[in-house]
Design a binder for this molecule. Structure first.
Ligand SMILES: *Cc1c(COP(=O)(O)O)cnc(C)c1O
Length: 410
């Protein structure tokens, strides 16, 4: 389904929000857990999800179908589905520790044994709503940090690739440090020289094949980011290790189990991805970017331009640099002001402290791009910023993710 997201004659549909009393939101931030992650990429995703809710099925058979679909999509030997990519990290780590030993799997996280280290470059120890360190440690593993925040040397990684290390984890994300880290192919070579398998967290990457082609043993993707499936995670890779990941359902995996409806919805999303008209979707996104560029032309203190995705995903965003002096407010305040509108416009503001924010067109729904364009002009011309406290707005770009949980029901 290709929606005409930029068409001015299409009214956004808020009936569901209104009927449930939810605040109307437009997502120009990207794939955000706090906004419900993604929407179904095609109607079949919703249809297959719904069909599964009304039937019983042998779950091993369903996971076999998922494995076949993941193999076709990624080129992996095998695959399995998990509750989320976050869960997949814990389960992949656990699988590398226990192999196919059910007693060992049952002993996690209490008693992981002597070979439970996970080697990670310090610059890759990021957070995506929770800390990746927590995800690793949930399996009973201990993180063996290589290097410093901004530099990892080969010998520093090699030093933690010993008999106590069960796997090495490589993270591909805009969240990680983007210089001074060991490049992927070299990371794989160093790990394999010591007989250590490599897990890749590529949760948010469009590139579904090259990490495996370049030697990764397990690769993790999110089913609900660009794939547009229901909330789910994908583990793809070596058959023996995928089986060991799946075995964790008798242990720590139980609290992270995925339902039949999410597996079927994710399979539909993977099938749709293989048939997707990527060029047509890109054209839609480009039209939205151009619409917004137009809306911002000639506003003093604002300079807007298209930027590529930092990890090489084939998409562009609109970057908006804010000259606080000329505009009368800095980027964190502008980000907060958009969030206070009705509908709330949630922009990509995690780097607002650097004086800019971005608009991501990939999750727009029909009729929403013009609403954003109007809001851009209105908000930027306003000149008064509704008593938004600049220091609080800045603090919120770091703490907001936690504060939302703390303030819930308070
Ligand atoms: C989003 C993300 C995750 C978590 O994915 P979920 O499927 O939402 O749990 C993990 N790692 C990275 C790098 C991510 O971007």
């Amino acid at each position: 389904m290709i929606n005409d997201i930029t068409h001015t004659s299409v009214e956004p549909d808020w009936s569901w929000h209104d009927a449930n009393g939810f605040k109307r939101v437009i997502n120009v931030a990207g794939t955000m857990t706090g906004l419900g992650a993604s929407v179904a990429s095609v109607p079949e995703v919703a249809r297959e999800t719904a069909a599964a809710t009304e039937r019983f099925v042998d779950m091993h058979a369903l996971q076999t179908l998922a494995s076949d679909t993941i193999a076709e999509l990624t080129g992996a030997e095998a695959g399995c589905m998990t509750a989320s990519a976050g869960a997949a990290i814990s389960l992949a780590v656990a699988g590398c520790i226990t192999g196919l030993d059910p007693a060992h799997a049952e002993a996690l996280p209490r008693n992981p044994g002597p070979k439970a280290g996970i080697a990670v470059q310090m610059g890759h120890l990021c957070e995506y709503g929770s800390s990746i360190k927590t995800g690793i440690e949930l399996a009973g593993a201990n993180v063996r940090v290589a290097g410093t925040a901004t530099l990892c040397k080969d010998f520093q990684l090699s030093a933690v690739l010993d008999d106590e290390t069960a796997a090495a984890l490589y993270v591909v994300s805009h969240h990680v440090v983007h210089y001074g880290q060991i490049p992927f192919e070299r990371f794989v070579r160093l790990a394999h020289e010591k007989g250590v398998p490599v897990i890749v967290d590529a949760a948010s990457e469009y590139d579904l094949r090259s990490f495996l082609e370049k030697g990764a043993d397990l690769v993790i993707y999110s089913g609900h980011k660009f794939l547009g499936g229901p909330t789910s995670g994908i583990i793809a890779g070596r058959r023996d290790l995928v089986r060991a990941c799946y075995l964790q359902n008798i242990g720590i995996g139980r609290g992270m189990k995925i339902g039949k409806e999410s597996i079927m919805g994710a399979i539909a999303a993977m099938r749709a991805w293989m048939k997707r008209d990527h060029a047509a979707i890109r054209a839609q996104e480009n039209a939205a970017l151009e619409l917004w560029l137009d809306a911002l032309r000639g506003i003093p203190g604002i300079s807007a331009y298209r930027v590529p995705d930092p990890t090489g995903n084939p998409l562009e965003r609109l970057q908006i640099d804010v000259d606080a002096e000329k505009l009368g407010a800095g980027a964190p305040v502008v980000v907060a002001a958009f969030g206070q509108r009705d509908p709330a416009i949630i922009v990509r503001g995690h780097e607002a402290e650097l004086g800019y924010f971005q608009l991501d067109p990939c999750n727009l729904l029909p009729g929403q791009a013009p609403v954003v364009a109007n809001a851009l002009r209105e908000e930027m011309m306003r000149g008064s910023w509704r008593n938004i406290d600049a220091e609080e707005a800045l603090a919120s770009s770091r703490n907001g993710g936690t504060d939302g949980y703390l303030h819930w029901l308070s």
